[in-house]
Design a protein around this ligand. Structure first.
Ligand code: ATP
Ligand code: MG
Length: 293
């Protein structure tokens, strides 16, 4: 019998694995400009899962992780009926999720840059004047947002996070996320990738805050090629740039249905995801579960 399906987000499908466990399966769906494209990027789900598993190991001394297993042999009966589960599936402990997107920003970009440009603040807190777009911040900052069920997440200040989850959990979340980002960003930079910002999702397991969801993947973070980073400009996205460049070249208005991705854009994008994994982890993607399946 197949596992009960609980939820599907834009990218992941979640199943109940019993015994307080969930099976989270990352699909190959890709979004850019807030639109999910019809064509999958082969192996993208495996890259996201492999990278999350890598960070769970690397960060074991920073905080507990929800991850239990990525080896398909350890998945419960019924999991094998889910297409592509090998390499894409993660058996995790079910957590009481914090109602926060735990963002850490090391560089000034995206919605934080927009806010800074208009008010000189980031999530309500003043920053030094004269910073340029994409500039490295004096130090990484924990900048949470709400987790909107409909519409866009809202950037909030640390005080607002305290109101949502209490001082103790907000403090611990900040401590975990800053330590995890510092470790990850340093590792990635050694390998030529800037992690400009990233979003963690934390949850409580057995009374302790654990790092859940996906961890420092290209989907939950801004990955930039280090050699292309220059303050005052917007660096190319390490992973999605082929899709973005192609979409710009078609004159598509980004509001109507997305035009079909050409096969060369699909294969270039797949290559970027795999390269991001192999560079950051120094592991060979061919060794990950589900190769060739
Ligand atoms: N250990 C866990 N226990 C319970 N829920 C979890 C755990 N880890 C992650 N989640 C939740 O599972 C869901 C994963 O689904 P997914 O990432 O596809 O969708 P989403 O985050 O709702 O939407 P999207 O990422 O597309 O914006 C998220 O809601 C996430 O908060
Ligand atoms: Mg998500």
């Amino acid at each position: 019998m197949s596992l009960p399906h609980i939820y599907s987000g834009k990218v992941r499908d979640v199943y109940d694995a019993g015994h307080g466990l969930l099976l989270m399966v990352a699909s190959d769906r890709i979004s850019a400009f807030d639109v999910v494209f019809a064509e999958p990027i082969p192996d993208k789900g495996r890259v996201l899962t492999a990278m999350t598993a890598f960070w769970a190991d690397e960060l074991a001394d920073v905080a507990p992780s929800h991850l239990v297993a990525t080896d398909p042999a350890q998945f419960p009966d019924g999991a094998s009926e889910i297409p592509g589960v090998a390499g894409r599936g993660m058996l995790v402990r079910k957590a009481e999720m914090l109602p926060l997107e735990c963002i850490v920003r090391g560089y000034l970009s995206g919605s934080a840059w927009k806010e800074y440009r208009s008010t000189g603040t980031m999530h309500g807190t003043p920053l030094p004047s004269g910073l340029r777009e994409s500039e490295r911040l004096p130090e990484p900052v924990f900048t949470p947002s709400t987790k909107a069920t409909v519409g866009h997440d809202e950037n909030i200040g640390f005080d607002d996070a305290v109101k949502l989850v209490g001082a103790e959990k907000a403090d611990r979340a900040r401590e975990i996320c800053l330590a995890a980002y510092a470790r990850g960003a340093a590792r990635a930079l050694e390998r030529g990738i800037v992690i400009a910002d990233t979003k963690f999702e934390l949850g409580e397991i057995d009374g302790e805050l654990a790092i859940c969801d996906e961890v420092m993947t290209p989907d939950s973070s801004r990955f930039w090629p280090a050699e292309a980073w220059e303050p005052g400009s917007v660096p190319p996205s390490f992973d999605k740039q082929p899709v973005r460049d192609w979409a710009e070249s078609t004159g598509w208005d980004k509001a109507s249905a997305a035009p079909p991705l050409p096969s060369e854009v699909i294969s270039a994008t797949r290559g970027r995801y795999v390269a991001a994994y192999e560079r950051v982890t120094s592991r060979s993607f061919g060794d990950w579960w589900g190769a060739g399946s």
